[in-house]
Design a protein around this ligand. Structure first.
Ligand code: FES
Length: 284
């Protein structure tokens, strides 16, 4: 279909198209997936309890729900809270607003949230699914007041550039999650393995695959070069670029896998901590 034909179809009205395939399925699934993630994430962060499990045993090791990691502060006396030794800055700060639950999760979700929100893949997905601009290729978009062409990196697009900065913080989260995974292979200092350990190890692995497929990282490791073969640095950049490029081609896949996995891991640890699920492991 020529681009003129596509424009003509789009201008006929929202969701109008000559396409015969089920083009609406993808934006519908994205709408469902992202809405479910937001609802669960908000609910989990609001709970402020049952984010830790170590079978009541003290000492090194335990499961920490990923939505609560890293633990900056810990409120004492909360059911299912991690031991105070896991708090980076100690006990919960005074003066916390009474209408907000003392949830460590509320302190740390913004950065990974912004990182995902400004991701090039997610932008495409939610522009289509939530704002219908347009909902799919060669499908009529929701009418907009402003009849203007592409404005380049202005307005919301300008804010989206924060992605390049949050990318550095996302890398730090991966290190923290790998440490949480390491922690999950111990219970009271004894090495072992549980379903929670596998879930907590899968989380940073998938996040690594997602984050290292980031367009910003691709530019960082192999962009801004005129010649790859002219120097050793260029050759290394080319090699690294190929690895990142491989992940970048699968960015959508890892975006969804890592998103679903972190929810499953968080929910599982919450359920184990509350006593609704018995963790299968080698310690009992
Ligand atoms: S483009 Fe998706 S994480 Fe950077």
């Amino acid at each position: 279909m020529s681009s003129n034909a596509a424009i003509a179809i789009r201008s006929k009205g929202f969701a109008k198209t000559l396409r015969k395939d089920r083009w609406w399925l993808y934006p519908a699934l994205v709408l469902f997936g992202l809405t479910s993630f937001l609802v669960y994430g908000f609910w989990s962060a609001w709970q402020a309890d049952f984010y830790w499990y170590s079978a009541g045993q003290e000492g090194f090791g335990g499961y920490l729900a990923p939505f609560y990691s890293p633990l900056l502060f810990i409120k004492e006396g909360v059911e299912g809270a991690a031991p105070m030794a896991h708090a980076i800055f100690g006990s919960w700060p005074e003066g916390w607003p009474s209408w907000l639950p003392p949830s460590p999760s509320l302190l740390i979700l913004a950065v990974p949230g912004i990182f995902r929100f400004t991701c090039y893949y997610y932008r495409k997905a939610y522009y289509r699914a939530f704002t219908g601009t347009p909902p799919a290729c060669a499908v009529g978009a929701l009418p907009r007041k402003r009849k203007s062409g592409y404005k380049g990196e202005t307005g919301l697009m300008l804010v989206q550039n924060i992605h390049r900065i949050t990318m550095y913080f996302a890398l730090m989260y991966i290190i923290v999650f790998f440490y949480d995974a390491y922690l999950s292979f111990f219970r009271a200092g004894e090495l072992g393995l549980g379903v929670g350990s596998i879930l907590l190890l899968g989380n940073p692995i998938l996040l690594t695959c997602y984050t290292f497929g980031c367009h910003s990282i691709r530019h960082l490791v192999s962009g801004s070069r005129d010649c790859y073969s002219c120097s050793m640095n260029g050759k290394i950049a080319h090699k690294n670029g190929k690895i990142v490029g491989w992940l970048n081609q699968r960015h959508e896949l890892f975006a969804w896998l890592s998103l679903i996995w972190i929810v499953v891991a968080d929910f599982y640890i919450r359920m184990v901590s509350m006593g609704y699920i018995t963790d299968l492991n080698t310690w009992v």
